[in-house]
Design a protein around this ligand. Structure first.
Ligand SMILES: [Zn+2]
Ligand SMILES: [Zn+2]
Ligand SMILES: [Zn+2]
Ligand SMILES: [Zn+2]
Length: 226
């Protein structure tokens, strides 16, 4: 992966784009203002949770009385589901059941891990950033997500990558644009058979049969060249 690659996300509230490191603090400003304006107005407890894997991230606001299974199915829908693998949440010291409620699970500042698929595992890190008393209509709201990374074709080093060849990827992915995919078909038999996988906006890209998410699809897939 290109070392200069950076990641950024759009704010749900104002649609502005911020770098990965700043978006959390930015979202907190909106949430704090909202909390202030709604004080004593039938608010509920919500937790702002960051889920990430390298440059890919999700900021969600989730009702504290929701069960962990809500988060599990959200992560499957947006980032992970290929063929119904097992998954599990745990922290250093304990296993976490899907029936536990958010408020009982997320201790401040402790990292929680999530594994999807115990064979070709995709590991995600979760942590709670802050708690709010707030009015939100949904149990879970996606506040921000990294925009598709600017992944460039490994061969021509110019065009956006639309495929990877899993057979020719070793330490790093072999990324291929449309044109170079066509060329690669002629030299790599496996590419046509099974090794051609789509570039998707997910840490599960290229693993098992993962083809992309079923929600938030407009931010899945390939980045748009400016
Ligand atoms: Zn904003
Ligand atoms: Zn699978
Ligand atoms: Zn190319
Ligand atoms: Zn190949």
């Amino acid at each position: 992966m290109n070392e200069d690659l950076t990641s950024q996300g759009k704010c749900l509230f104002c649609n502005e784009i911020f770098p990965q490191k700043q978006i959390g603090r930015h979202l907190a400003k909106h949430l704090a203002l909202q909390e202030k304006s709604e004080a004593d107005n039938h608010t509920k407890n919500f937790s702002h949770i960051l889920i990430d894997s390298g440059l890919m991230f999700l900021h969600v606001l989730i009702n504290d009385f929701s069960k962990m299974e809500i988060l599990d199915s959200f992560l499957r829908d947006i980032w992970l589901e290929c063929c119904g693998h097992m998954s599990d949440f745990h922290c250093k010291t304990a296993d976490i059941s899907m029936n536990q409620r958010i408020k009982d699970v997320f201790p401040d500042k402790e990292k929680i891990m999530y594994d999807y698929d115990f064979g070709t595992t995709t590991r995600l890190n979760l942590k709670v950033l802050h708690h709010y008393d707030i009015n939100m209509k949904d149990h879970l709201t996606l506040l921000s997500r990294n925009e598709p990374l600017e992944l460039i074709c490994t061969k021509c080093e110019k065009e956006p990558a639309i495929h990877i060849c899993t057979e020719c990827s070793y330490d790093e992915y072999m990324y291929l644009c449309k044109k170079c995919s066509k060329k690669h078909e002629k030299t790599c038999e496996d590419f046509n058979d099974y090794a051609c996988m789509p570039v998707v906006n997910s840490p599960r890209m290229g693993d098992c049969g993962y083809m992309g998410g079923v929600i938030d699809k407009e931010r899945d897939g390939v980045f748009k060249k400016k």
